[in-house]
Design a protein around this ligand. Structure first.
Ligand SMILES: [Zn+2]
Ligand SMILES: [Zn+2]
Length: 237
């Protein structure tokens, strides 16, 4: 499409597809990402956070149980309007939020992992069937956007071998068993001795991140660091 045509169509496009807040999904002025209310009230994590569950220290209940990853960071707590924002992004194909979420994760990574030289970004994978249903993996798109912002290469290092119940729908008690042995690694030459940044959307029990990190560690990753959009203080079983 020519630049002129694009310009002419832009008010029409805006009328049909107005810009919406990446979190609450209300219509917002053009070229902004988040509405005024969300900017004030979104559950942003500020100050000291636990390095394993990423929750503010006061709200951490993880008891610092050791994990296969070195540290986790998140810009938000998974509650209130974050639930709405992530729901729209994941299930209503509101992909415009990808850039906003990547920007927020990039700030958290820069702030919390500033002393680490990261070699690759990778992401929690989906099975081929899950990919076929949607046509893409939302978390991979997030990792790609983050790669651009952090100027780091993104590599597919993990594969998901078979279907599981959605972690979100699984009783906490069963979550660990639900993902055990589900993941394997590919391009293993890119893992050995490297610092890997692993991306997922939400950390609930932490078992998915832990299982993926375990596989990367088995293939001799030096360290696995994790980053998600939003975290919770649900405990691992
Ligand atoms: Zn909003
Ligand atoms: Zn914690």
């Amino acid at each position: 499409m020519s630049a002129l045509l694009k310009e002419l169509l832009s008010p029409i496009r805006a009328a049909f597809f107005p810009d919406r807040c990446a979190l609450c999904h209300r219509v917002i002025p053009k070229d902004t990402k988040v509405c005024k209310t969300c900017r004030k009230t979104a559950p942003v994590i500020r100050g000291n956070a636990c390095h394993l569950c990423a929750m503010p220290e006061k709200e951490c209940t993880c008891k610092k149980h050791s994990r296969y990853y070195t540290a986790l960071t998140a810009p938000f707590i998974y509650k209130d309007v974050l639930k709405t924002g992530i729901h729209y992004w994941k299930y209503k194909n509101y992909t415009v939020s990808t850039s906003f979420f990547a920007e927020m994760i990039a700030s958290s990574v820069k702030e919390n992992f500033s002393d680490v030289t990261l070699d690759y970004i990778t992401f929690v994978p989906q099975t081929e069937k899950e990919m076929a249903e949607k046509g893409y993996n939302q978390t991979e798109l997030l990792a790609d956007a983050l790669g651009e912002k952090l100027e780091l290469p993104v590599a597919t290092l993990l594969v998901k071998l078979y279907e599981t119940n959605r972690q979100h729908d699984t009783e906490l008690l069963f979550k660990s068993g639900n993902v055990a042995g589900v993941f394997d690694c590919v391009q293993t030459e890119k893992i050995k001795g490297k610092n890997i940044l692993l991306i997922d959307d939400i950390k609930t029990s932490g078992n998915t991140l832990n299982e993926c990190s375990k596989m990367l560690s088995l293939y001799d990753a030096e360290n696995v660091y994790c980053a998600v959009i939003a975290t919770t203080n649900l405990r691992r079983n």
